[in-house]
Design a protein around this ligand. Structure first.
Ligand code: EPU
Length: 420
């Protein structure tokens, strides 16, 4: 398995272009299953998760062609059952279920298991399908949903931790071809949901309220092909912003959408990071010593759980105590023990991590456990003295396009060691 070797203490300087958003492109790719006509998706990041989704769509019968950062997908004839092993590999693939149910009125996919960040149930997805009239059963590790017809309904999709992103996406994709009006209350408000709604609207769907907790979908008979450009990845942008701050650097994020990053930029500003917005670009600079800040992760527009680990790395480098509370996933603190190997002083107390920052970090061999934990280790390694080796970086390749190349362009001394 590949690893990354980072020689730390080098300030990042320069410009980095933000890629298309992983968590927007995955459901948008799935949405192409809703029409027999060709769809074109632009600004697609080159990620292993995108490749997986391409394989799943191909397995279901779609034609998927990739040229540079453009994907052309046509799902002329498809089947309703997803390959067990392919779907199990990536949790995001659950979002083929809504479009399959919408178009074929039946869908069978392997039940995604939990993962290192928590249990990750899909009860809310299934609740939504049932509200639309589907019969849902679980058998032999598969979840089957079947309906004679789908009928619009009013439903509440809030759960223990608030709204569900992929649950909202899934039910929205089934509802666009249901008869009548569907109202989803407590819908996820994430920009990725708004982007999916834009794509579906371009395909002929009737959706209002995207970006608010009440989504209204008026079913149509059929959808047509469409072209779409994916939004920039707000989590990738946040990760490079935090890396710039952690290394005392100055980095311009090209094409970052500041309006999607308010909670993160607000916390960075509170910590003393300099932020300058010029058109679609953001320049992040570290003027001097930072202050600790407390953070609680929440659904959008709150502080994103997908930036919690990276912010913890920054707080570990910042003198003083900060309390970071994780409210979305119950065990998303896998990075804590690995940050400790670099010298960070962090204690976990229930859903909170108490970060006693400012201890000098020094390089060590560490293990990536999930995507964002890996990003936190990269940030800590870039700031630490000496050499950090990050093993099992396939997690990073799931969600960060060319991360070592982009960091090298910013002056980082980072090398990928390929294991044969
Ligand atoms: N939940 C339920 N029941 C459900 C669905 C979710 O109880 O049926 C709970 C979850 O257990 C969690 C909370 O609701 O406590 C929120 O989970 P959500 O459904 O919103 O997560 P997701 O849609 O499965 C997406 C992203 C994640 C990101 C979360 C939260 C994709 C492919 N994944 O997951 O991204 O952390 O939303 O913003 O869009 C990542 O990119 O590293 C990543 C994990």
């Amino acid at each position: 398995m590949d690893s990354l070797l980072i020689k730390g203490s080098v300030p990042l300087r320069g410009e980095v272009t933000i890629s298309g958003a992983k968590n927007a492109v995955l459901p948008i790719m799935a949405a192409t299953l809703l029409t027999t006509e060709p769809c074109v998706i632009r600004r697609v990041p080159r990620l292993s998760d995108v490749q997986f989704m391409g394989q799943i769509l191909t397995w279901l019968g779609a034609q998927v062609r990739s040229e540079g950062d453009t994907l052309r997908i046509q799902a002329r004839k498809i089947q309703g059952a997803g390959d067990y092993d392919l779907i199990r590999k990536m949790r995001g693939s659950i979002c083929v279920m809504g479009p399959l149910l919408g178009r074929l009125k039946q869908a069978s996919v392997s039940l995604p298991g939990g993962c290192v960040i928590g249990a990750r149930p899909i009860n809310l997805h299934l609740k939504g399908f049932e509200a639309l009239g589907a019969r849902v059963t679980i058998e032999g590790g598969y979840v089957h949903a079947r309906a004679k017809r789908l009928a619009g309904a009013t439903m509440f999709l809030g759960g223990r931790a608030g709204s569900t992103v992929l649950g909202t996406a899934n039910v929205m994709m089934a509802a666009v071809l249901a008869e009548g009006v569907t109202i989803i209350e407590s819908a996820a408000c994430e920009p990725e949901i708004v982007d999916l709604a834009r794509f579906l609207t371009a395909m002929g769907a009737q959706i209002s309220g995207a970006g608010s907790p009440t989504l209204t979908i008026t079913g149509v008979k059929q959808l047509h092909g469409a072209e779409h450009e994916v939004i920039p990845d707000r989590i990738e942008a946040a990760t490079y912003a935090i890396a710039a701050a952690a290394t005392h650097g100055e980095v311009t994020l090209r094409g970052a959408r500041a309006e999607h990053l308010r909670a993160v930029l607000d916390k960075l500003a509170d910590a003393g990071v300099g932020i300058e917005r010029r058109g679609a670009d953001l320049t992040i600079r570290r003027p001097g010593r930072l202050k600790p800040v407390d953070i609680t992760t929440l659904p959008y527009a709150g502080f994103p759980t997908d930036v919690q680990a990276q912010m913890m790395a920054l707080m570990a480098l910042t003198p003083g105590i900060s309390i970071i509370t994780e409210r979305i996933f119950e065990s998303r603190f896998m990075h804590v023990s690995e940050l400790a190997r670099l010298g960070a002083d962090i204690e976990i107390e229930g859903p909170s991590a108490i970060v006693k920052g400012g201890k000098p970090l020094s390089g060590a061999p560490v293990m990536a456990s999930d995507l964002r934990a890996s990003a936190a280790l990269v940030i800590a390694g870039l700031a630490a003295r000496g050499t950090t080796q990050i093993n099992r970086i396939y997690h990073l390749d799931r969600g960060y396009e060319n991360i070592d190349g982009k960091l090298r362009q910013l002056g980082a001394r980072i090398e990928r060691i390929e294991e044969s």
